[in-house]
Design a protein around this ligand. Sequence first.
Ligand SMILES: [Zn+2]
Length: 416
Amino acid sequence: MTFTIIFLIAFIASFGLRYWLAQRQIRFVAKHRVSVPAEFASQITLADHQKAADYTVAKLQLGILESGLGAIVLIGFTLLGGLQILNTFLLESLGPGIVQQIALLISIVLISGVIDLPFSWYKQFSLEERFGFNRMTKSLFFSDMVKGAGLGAVIGIPLLWIVLSLMARAGDFWWLWAWGVLSVFSLLMQWIFPSVIAPIFNKFQALEEGALKTQIEALLTRCDFASQGLFVMDGSKRSAHGNAFFAGMGKAKRIVFFDTLIEKLNPGEVEAVLAHELGHYKCNHIRKRLLVSFAMSFAMFAILGWVSAQPWFYSGLGVMPNPSGYNGGLALALFMLVAPVFSFFLTPLSSLSSRKHEYEADGFAAEKSSANDLISALVKLYQDNASTLTPDPIYTAFYSSHPPAPLRIANLKRLT
Ligand SMILES: [Zn+2]
């Protein structure tokens, strides 16, 4: 009972906070819709500014709806007994054992996926379409979905099987082993992602010879950065939003530009954007993020190891532990559903550290490339992506991985 009350308090606080933050952001953006902020007045038209405000508000409203439904589904699975019904049904049809536990977890993923489907569909073909960002066809939407599910099954089921076997056989410290397996696995994924996973969804072509390539190679030499080649990805087949990133680890690092980025920016601006990304690498942000995520997953597994052996964890969330005493899948399912309610409160910490990293990477770009080029690239990207220039400060402090546009540009101006 006590745990039910703790869960309900966290549940109400976390969904209430989500709603309050979204409403704040909507009001703030709407209030500043009437005029372009003075420092952007010469580059961004009122029409573009208002489009960004409308796009931001439309996304937030959809997010509120989605989070409301998520709250209902969560309570449905837990306190209202959905998970209990599902577990009993699968126990009766499959009998106890690892197959039943895997079936339970797959059912939850499938049910959540089906509930989410109308939202993804609406987002892509109504919301993004309305603002001119959608480039995806309906057949691509379905082929992405089928590929994603297939990949999830090929990778997820064996991994689940390993974790559930460890839970059943590795004793009290099963969670330490499971954490080790998952950590090694995630490193492996980072390593094989660019050459094995990414090509399933996109085409990658070597960057053409020419002025841009020469300029980028000079930047790489200047930054002493070894990569396994420069690639252009056909991001335009899904969305008009542009980006640049690298993928892979160690010697397998690839630099990837979205074709939409190269269309929109001039070579100097592309170079500045890449210099920013190199900054993340050179300032060790990527390594730090990886270490933090290992530490976080260690803590999560330790908590899971503890709560999965406590009867109140099950009964407090509306589930009866299995009579066989083998509850691995049930514990994993409950934990997957409930942990985000609690971990949500850590969001501002990770946002804060991410914004700090963005400033550092901007500093690196200003030093190795050009702060002015980065400013003009950012203004073009804000405009093209219809990102709001006037976010609510509290919403930003909580969620934003990047500093708000005016602060970020003011900082870059100091570095020119
Ligand atoms: Zn960045």
